[in-house]
Design a protein around this ligand. Structure first.
Ligand code: GRF
Length: 188
């Protein structure tokens, strides 16, 4: 059984989708744990409902290399997925899990990425710049926000009638479809 560990800071719909997808598909992959840096985040309730152990941590815990590495290694991750995780992934973890840590970004990088570009801000920026397409980027995590090598991008058209909410919904649908498949391909 391959082990997935998800890092999330927000609502956690991608985390939930991964748990359910890998429960329903006999791909030998399981979400073993969720790490969350935001005590109020919706993802905590979702994971509780699904029976997934969730570790809520703060800056001092993740900056404590020895302790945090030990906590993470309890789940023996074959792949770490950042799904709406807002802090920079620390360099000691990037190094230890290089090419085993991926992020999903709700736009076509390298545009609309970097520090502070997350959630609705991304979709608002896409609409403000009158882009005629957006999409998702799944990429490896390196020491910079949103700069690791791209694994997969999927585009969708953006219409003049699109709003932040409509775009967000379309992007989430793409994420739910493609993120599990990319993970399956990587862990095969
Ligand atoms: C997703 O759109 C993902 O691309 C981005 O943050 C969002 C998280 O959404 N990194 P959710 O918490 O999974 O609902």
């Amino acid at each position: 059984m391959k082990s997935l560990v998800v890092f999330a800071s927000g609502s956690g719909s991608n985390a939930e989708n991964l748990v359910q997808y890998f429960r329903e598909h006999s791909s030998g992959i399981q979400v073993k744990a969720c790490f969350c840096n935001q005590p109020e985040a919706g993802v905590i309730r979702r994971m509780h409902r699904l029976g997934i152990p969730t570790i809520v941590f703060n800056k001092s815990f993740i900056n404590d290399k020895g302790s945090f590495e030990m906590a993470l290694s309890l789940f023996q991750p074959d792949l770490i997925v950042l799904a709406g995780y807002l802090w920079l992934f620390p360099s000691y973890l990037v190094e230890k899990y290089r090419n085993k840590t991926i992020n999903i970004h709700p736009a076509l990088l390298p545009k609309f990425g970097g520090k502070g570009m997350y959630g609705d801000k991304v979709h608002q920026a896409v609409i403000d710049s009158a882009e005629n397409k957006s999409g998702i980027t799944i990429h490896y995590v390196n020491e910079q926000f949103d700069e690791g090598a791209v694994i997969k991008q999927v585009e969708i058209p953006v219409g003049t009638d699109d709003t932040v909410d409509s775009l967000k919904q379309k992007i989430h649908r793409l994420e739910f479809e493609h993120l599990p498949m990319v993970i399956e391909e990587m862990l095969r």
